[in-house]
Design a protein around this ligand. Structure first.
Ligand SMILES: Cc1cc2nc3c(=O)[nH]c(=O)nc-3n(C[C@H](O)[C@H](O)[C@H](O)COP(=O)(O)OP(=O)(O)OC[C@H]3O[C@@H](n4cnc5c(N)ncnc54)[C@H](O)[C@@H]3O)c2cc1C
Length: 465
């Protein structure tokens, strides 16, 4: 290839947090390389998470901790102060849509500096591996194709954990304004899931004042814990936690919590202290211990790790106390048509407990995005699986990837051209959904993509002359 021949574009599929930040980091590192960010919705930046137009859908992390750039911790705060007023302080929980505007603005600013960074609002439905000239191809829904040197899969939160359940056809999607509008005055509702998505749905329904009674069910019936500011105490040193023995790790972790509380601190300090070592702990666990963790501990881990704003927690507690929200601990064992609507058999966690029956008008699926990529119905993911470019991990948390973000295919080999970023990285890191982790992954991904291009074309200028 001649040195002056232009670079083929890097194509990033998905313009949510992961794709947008990857595009920005790549644009800064490789200003001579065209980058195409494919985002099927009309705005790149917010993604599924921060697209909500509802002003009362809140971030679950305070503004001071939501910067998209770890080296500029006040970046989001400063944007929010300009957008909403100087009164915004780091501890404030802000509407999610402000964060969506922030991400779109970060992208716009980068595009103003780099005309080679383009956004294309079309849907990718397939990817084709490189031909003999090294050209990979992205197939779009409108049957056009885009040639690419490399493809970054950042398609994000898709499907739902409940969608493969046989009861899924009876459910409405949570957080969907049209579905919420179907609930009429005095109707009752069951929400499947008891996490942050359930809370959003309850508050949506409650605001409209329609639902008579809201039931929610999950395996453990656990609610997310309320956020509280970290104590002023020094964070405990958790470096001594053994990597490969779950039982011992959990015991020492609990002891660290007890010690922190005895010193006047808070359990959240210990969760904060372990955050950066979670990926290595996860990677060192045996298959058996990972299975045990997912089965018995992860529900508790999740509600402590992914907390909600204290005011929201308070509201939910009030709804429970006044009987407007009833939490059930168990699973749905059967759904049949009752007189008014679906009639459900619920089994408590204790298998010996008799099946209880519940009749509601609507069921909402609030189980959150699917982790098992095989259950995602999006043609892009299905085609990538069919072609063997993606491989689910054995615990069905996401996609197998190498340490440098390459997709590991069915043949067990890391791809030279297909990279993955976003929640699918859970398979490797366990924690890979929050901004705190994804901002680091997107920056690291850009360094790996740059390294790959430099190996391929050492002579080609990646920076302007
Ligand atoms: C409702 C919600 C609230 C959250 N709140 C917080 C919070 O307060 N704090 C925090 O730290 N974390 C939060 N998170 C977690 C985290 O920030 C998100 O999971 C994160 O935004 C993931 O970004 P993403 O780009 O990987 O995925 P997504 O946000 O799902 O974006 C993926 C994008 O890709 C596009 N796309 C997908 N497939 C294609 C295709 N084939 N062609 C073209 N475009 C495609 C979609 O339209 C979408 O815009 C939240 C998550 C959710 C779901």
């Amino acid at each position: 290839m001649h040195m002056t021949e232009p670079h083929l574009p890097i194509v990033i599929i998905g313009g949510g947090f992961s794709g947008t930040l990857s595009a920005i980091h790549l644009s800064r590192r490789l200003p001579n390389v065209p980058i195409i960010l494919l985002e099927e919705s009309s705005t790149a930046g917010p993604g599924l998470a921060y697209r909500s137009s509802d002003p009362s859908a809140w971030l679950n992390v305070p503004a001071g901790k939501m910067s998209a750039f770890p080296d500029k911790p006040d970046h989001f705060l400063r944007y929010a102060q300009i957008a909403l007023g100087e009164g915004v302080v780091p501890d404030d929980f802000l509407p999610r849509r402000i964060y969506g505007h922030y991400l779109a603005n970060c992208l716009r600013e980068e595009q103003e500096k780099n005309p080679l960074l383009r956004v294309d609002h079309r849907r990718a439905i397939d990817v084709i591996s490189p031909d003999s000239t090294g050209t990979a191809r992205v197939v779009l829904k409108d049957h056009h194709t885009i040639d690419a040197s490399l493809v970054v899969l950042a398609s994000g939160n898709q499907g739902s954990a409940f969608s493969s359940s046989i009861w899924a056809s009876h459910t409405l999607p949570a957080r969907d304004p049209e579905a919420i509008a179907k609930v009429k005055a005095d109707q009752s509702v069951l929400i499947v899931g008891s996490g942050l998505t359930m809370i959003d749905t309850v508050l949506d329904l409650h605001r409209r004042g329609d639902a008579k009674t809201i039931h929610a069910i999950s395996r453990n019936g656990l609610l997310p814990q309320p956020y509280a500011h970290p104590s002023k105490l020094e964070l405990p040193d958790l470096d001594h936690l053994p990597d490969s023995n779950l039982r011992k790790t959990v015991r020492l972790f609990r002891q660290a919590i007890d010690r922190q509380i005895a010193k006047g601190g808070d359990w959240r300090d210990v969760f904060a202290a372990i955050r950066s070592s979670t990926p290595s702990l996860w990677q060192e666990l045996s298959f058996k211990d990972r299975t045990k963790f997912l089965r018995f501990l992860s529900p508790f881990w999740e509600v402590h790790r992914h907390q909600c704003p204290p005011e929201i927690h308070e509201k939910v507690r009030h709804l429970i106390a006044t009987g407007k929200l009833i939490l059930h601990r168990g699973t749905i064992v059967t759904v049949e048509r009752g007189e008014k609507g679906p009639r459900m058999g619920l089994a408590a966690r204790n298998r010996n407990a008799p099946t209880r029956w519940l009749e509601v008008d609507h069921i909402f699926d609030a189980t959150g995005p699917a982790r098992d990529i095989q259950s995602i119905r999006h043609p892009l993911i299905q085609n990538a699986l069919r072609r063997g470019f993606l491989k689910p991990d054995t615990h069905r948390l996401g996609a197998e990837t190498s340490a440098d973000y390459r997709a590991i295919g069915r043949d067990g080999k890391p791809a030279s051209w297909l990279f993955v970023v976003g929640p699918m990285l859970r398979a490797r890191y366990y924690e890979a959904t929050a901004v705190h982790e994804l901002r680091l992954h997107t920056a690291a991904l850009a360094t790996r993509v740059e390294a790959e291009l430099r190996i391929r074309d050492p002579e080609k200028p990646m920076q302007p002359a």
